[in-house]
Design a protein. Structure first.
Ligand SMILES: NC(=O)C1=CN([C@@H]2O[C@H](COP(=O)(O)OP(=O)(O)OC[C@H]3O[C@@H](n4cnc5c(N)ncnc54)[C@H](O)[C@@H]3O)[C@@H](O)[C@H]2O)C=CC1
Ligand SMILES: O=C(O)C(=O)COP(=O)(O)O
Length: 630
C-alpha cells in the first residue's frame, strides 16, 4: 500500500493475549508434578527479558532449556492461540487483511506457532519474522536456530534494519525490545500496547500508549471497527458486580474501573467525572449532586431490580438512560422468603440458637405447618406472584394487595385494600418497590391490624417499614417471628458494623440484604445488564430502560445513526426535519418515541453530511443529548 506507513507488530501479549512460550510450557508439562514451579520460572524469565532485566538471548535459551516440548504440543498450542487473539485484533481483522502488505510481525517468539495464527487473520507468511525451533528426529524441541538474527541480543533491531523499509515505520508492542526499534531510529514511533499487559518501563518510553488496536487505528485515522475507540470510554462498576459483567465491558475494549464496595455521595460525586457508563447495585445512591457532576454519563445500569437508589427524574432530564435487571434475582428472593417463613412459623431459628448454647427444648408448642395458613402478599409484582405460586404449592391460601389491579395467579385472592390482607394473613410478606411514597408505609397502625402471632417478612426495602414499630410489635408478641433482609441504613461494605434496633430480638432472622445474592442470580444479572447497556451504546436501542422511551432498533447498515434526546415539547421533529430538508440529506430510517419528559429520535442517514448540519441539529434549543454511531 503506497504512502502508508509500515506497521511492525509484536506477537506475544500483543497480537495474542498470552505469551506463546509460557503456554507451550503449560501444555508440555501438563501432569508433571513440578509443572507450576517450572512454568513459574519460565514466566519469570519472560518477564525479565521483556523488562530488559536480562538479555533477550539469555531469557530465550534459559526458557527453552526448561521446556520439555515436542511438535504435538505445538499443535495443541496453535489450537489454543486461535482462541487467544487479542480482542481488538479480532475486532479489526478487516484492517489486518486490507493492510497486510504493510504489516510485519516481528517477534522473539517462534514461527511454528505464530504463522498459523496471523495468517488466519489475513497477514502474510512472508511478512512474519520470528525465531525457529530446532527439533531432534523424534520431533522434540532441542533448541533455537542460532542462525536466526532474532535469537540474539537486539535481534529485532538488526532484523528491521535488514528489511530496509522505505517510509514511515510504526512499532506496536508490549515489550522493551519493541521500544528498541524506536530507540534505534529505525521506527519513527513506538506505541506501547497495553490491552493485555502494561509494563511501566515500556510505557514510560512510548510515544503513545494504546490500550487497544482501535486506539492505534484512531490515532492514525485508519479504518477500524470502532468509530470512537471504546478504550476512551470510562466504565465505573461498583458493589462487586459479577465478573462476567466486568469481562463483557473489557471484551469490547472499554476502560473499566471496578470497586468491590459502594460509594457515598461525596465519593461518587468526585469519581463520576469523566465516566460514561455507571454500574451499581442497591447501595449506591445516585443523587442530584452526583448527577450534576456527571459530565459524560450516558447510562446507569442497576445490577439489581430496584432503581429507587437512582434519582430517575434528574437522570431523565439529563438524558441519562437507566436500565435494571427486572427478573434475574426474583426466584432467589422468593426461595429465601419461603425458607424463612417455614423456619419462623416452626420456631426453628430460636431453637437452633438455644441448641448452640446447649439448650435441648423438644416441644411442639408454637410450632406450626405452613400448610393451610393464609399468606398475605403486599405487592403482587414479579416477586409477589412467584411467591404466590410457591405458597399455593405448599398448601397455603394466598391473599394479595397491590396498588395496581393485578390478575390473581391460581387461586390467589385479590384484596381491595391493604387492611383486608392484614386482617386475615398468618404470614405477611412485603414485596412492594422502594419508591419514596412507600416510605414507612408499614407502621404501628398496620401492625395493630394484624392477627396475633403473625409472621412478618420484609425482603423488599428497609425504608418501607417503620423499624421501631416492628420492634414494638415483636416485643408485644403481636409478631411471633420476623425475617428482615433490608434496612433503612445498610453498611456500605462488609467491614462496617451493622447497627439496628432489631439486633438481639427472639425469633428474628436478620440477613445482610442477600435476597438476590445467589450465584445464579448474580451471574444472570451479570449477563443481562451489560447486554442492555451495550445494545444502547452500540445500537441506540432502549429496550428495558426504566426511564427512557423504549425503542428496539434494527442493526445499523450502510448508514450513520444519529441519536437525539430532547425535551418532550411539540414541534421538535419538525425542527429536525427542516434541518434535513435544508441540507438535502437523505434519511434511510427514522424512529421516534416519547415519554412524558423526553423524546428520543433516531435517524439513519446517508454518509454525505456536513459538520454544519450536525451542529444545527445539536443547536436545537430543546436538545438534551446528541450522539452519533457509524
Ligand atoms: N432483598 C433483596 O435482595 C431484593 C429486594 N428486591 C425488592 O423487591 C421489590 C419488588 O420486586 P419485584 O416484585 O420484582 O418488583 P415489581 O415492580 O415487579 O413489583 C412491585 C409491585 O409492588 C406494587 N406496589 C408498589 N407500591 C405498593 C404499595 N404501596 N402497596 C401495594 N403494592 C404496591 C407495584 O404496583 C408492583 O406490582 C424491588 O423493587 C426491590 O426493592 C428485589 C430483589 C432483591
Ligand atoms: O435487586 C434488588 O433490588 C435488590 O435489592 C438486590 O440488591 P443487591 O444487588 O443485592 O444490592
Amino acid at each position: 500500500m503506497n504512502n502508508q506507513p509500515y506497521f511492525i507488530i509484536d506477537f506475544d501479549s500483543t497480537f495474542t493475549k498470552v505469551e506463546g512460550l509460557d503456554e507451550l510450557a503449560n501444555i508440555a508439562l501438563a501432569g508433571n508434578a513440578n509443572q507450576e514451579k517450572i512454568v513459574g520460572e519460565i514466566r519469570k524469565l519472560t518477564e525479565m527479558g521483556m523488562n530488559g532485566e536480562i538479555s533477550f538471548s539469555e531469557a530465550l535459551s534459559r526458557r527453552i532449556d526448561l521446556l520439555k516440548a515436542n511438535r504435538s504440543h505445538i499443535d495443541k498450542l496453535i489450537d489454543f492461540l486461535h482462541t487467544k487473539v487479542s480482542n481488538s485484533f479480532q475486532r479489526n481483522e478487516k484492517f489486518l487483511r486490507e493492510y497486510a502488505d504493510n504489516i510485519f510481525i516481528v517477534s522473539g517468539g517462534f514461527k511454528e506457532f505464530i504463522v498459523p495464527i496471523v495468517t488466519a487473520m489475513g497477514l502474510k507468511e512472508e511478512n512474519v519474522y520470528a525465531n525457529d525451533f530446532k527439533f531432534d528426529n523424534e520431533g522434540n524441541i532441542i533448541g533455537v536456530n542460532e542462525d536466526n538474527v532474532l535469537a540474539h541480543e537486539k535481534g529485532k533491531v538488526k532484523l528491521l534494519s535488514s528489511l530496509k523499509l522505505d517510509g514511515d515505520v510504526y512499532a506496536i508492542g508490549d515489550g522493551y525490545t519493541d521500544y528498541e526499534l524506536r530507540a534505534s531510529g529505525l521506527a519513527n514511533r513506538f506505541y506501547a500496547f497495553t490491552e493485555n499487559v502494561e509494563r511501566e518501563k515500556v510505557v514510560a518510553k512510548a510515544d503513545h500508549v494504546v490500550p487497544s488496536l482501535d486506539e492505534f487505528l484512531y490515532l492514525n485515522k485508519l479504518p477500524r471497527s470502532q468509530s470512537y475507540p471504546k478504550s476512551r470510554i470510562k466504565v465505573l462498576l461498583l458493589e462487586n458486580v459479577h465478573p462476567v459483567a466486568v469481562e463483557s465491558f473489557k471484551f469490547e475494549g472499554f476502560d473499566v474501573e471496578f470497586h468491590k464496595g459502594a460509594m457515598d455521595e461525596d465519593e461518587l460525586a468526585e469519581k463520576i467525572k469523566g465516566v460514561s457508563i455507571l454500574g451499581l447495585r442497591s447501595k449506591t445512591n445516585v443523587t442530584k449532586k452526583v448527577l450534576e457532576n456527571a459530565d459524560k454519563l450516558m447510562i446507569i445500569g442497576a445490577f439489581c431490580i430496584g432503581t429507587n437508589q437512582v434519582d430517575l427524574k434528574t437522570s431523565t432530564e439529563k438524558g441519562i438512560a437507566v436500565f435494571n435487571a427486572p427478573y434475574s434475582n426474583t426466584r432467589s428472593v422468593v426461595e429465601l422468603a419461603v425458607g424463612e417463613m417455614i423456619m419462623l412459623i416452626r420456631n426453628v431459628f430460636s431453637k437452633s440458637i438455644g441448641m448452640h448454647a446447649g439448650k435441648w427444648d423438644k416441644s411442639a408448642n408454637n410450632s406450626f405447618e405452613v400448610r393451610g395458613k393464609k399468606l398475605g402478599l403486599i405487592g403482587y409484582g414479579h416477586i409477589g406472584t412467584q411467591l404466590s405460586v410457591i405458597g399455593e404449592a405448599l398448601g397455603m391460601e394466598v391473599y394479595f394487595y397491590d396498588i395496581v389491579d393485578k390478575m390473581p395467579i391460581g387461586n390467589a385472592k385479590k384484596c381491595r385494600s391493604l387492611d383486608e390482607v392484614l386482617k386475615v394473613a398468618d404470614v405477611v410478606s412485603m414485596h412492594i418497590d422502594g419508591r419514596k411514597d412507600n416510605t414507612n408505609i408499614f407502621g404501628k397502625r398496620e401492625f395493630e391490624l394484624m392477627k396475633k402471632g403473625v409472621i412478618f417478612l420484609n425482603l423488599a426495602r428497609g425504608h418501607v417499614v417503620d423499624v421501631p414499630a416492628l420492634v414494638e410489635a415483636i416485643k408485644e408478641g403481636k409478631v411471633a417471628g420476623a425475617g428482615v433482609d433490608v434496612f433503612p441504613y445498610e453498611p456500605k461494605t462488609n467491614n462496617e458494623e451493622f447497627i439496628n434496633e432489631l439486633r438481639g430480638l427472639p425469633n428474628v432472622i436478620l440477613t445482610p440484604h442477600i435476597g438476590g445474592s445467589t450465584e445464579e442470580a448474580q451471574e444472570g444479572i451479570g449477563h443481562y445488564v451489560p447486554e442492555r447497556l451495550l445494545e444502547f451504546m452500540n445500537n441506540g436501542s432502549t429496550t428495558g430502560s426504566v426511564n427512557f422511551p423504549e425503542l428496539q432498533l434494527p442493526l445499523l447498515k450502510n448508514s450513520h445513526r444519529l441519536l437525539h434526546i430532547h425535551k418532550n415539547v411539540p414541534g421538535i421533529l419538525a425542527k429536525i426535519n427542516n434541518i434535513f430538508a435544508k441540507h438535502a440529506i437523505n434519511i434511510n430510517g427514522q424512529y421516534l418515541k416519547t415519554n412524558e419528559k423526553i423524546g428520543y429520535v433516531i435517524m439513519d442517514v446517508e454518509k454525505g453530511y456536513t459538520d454544519e448540519f450536525i451542529q444545527e441539529i445539536k443547536d436545537i434549543e430543546e436538545t438534551i443529548k446528541f450522539r452519533m454511531l457509524y
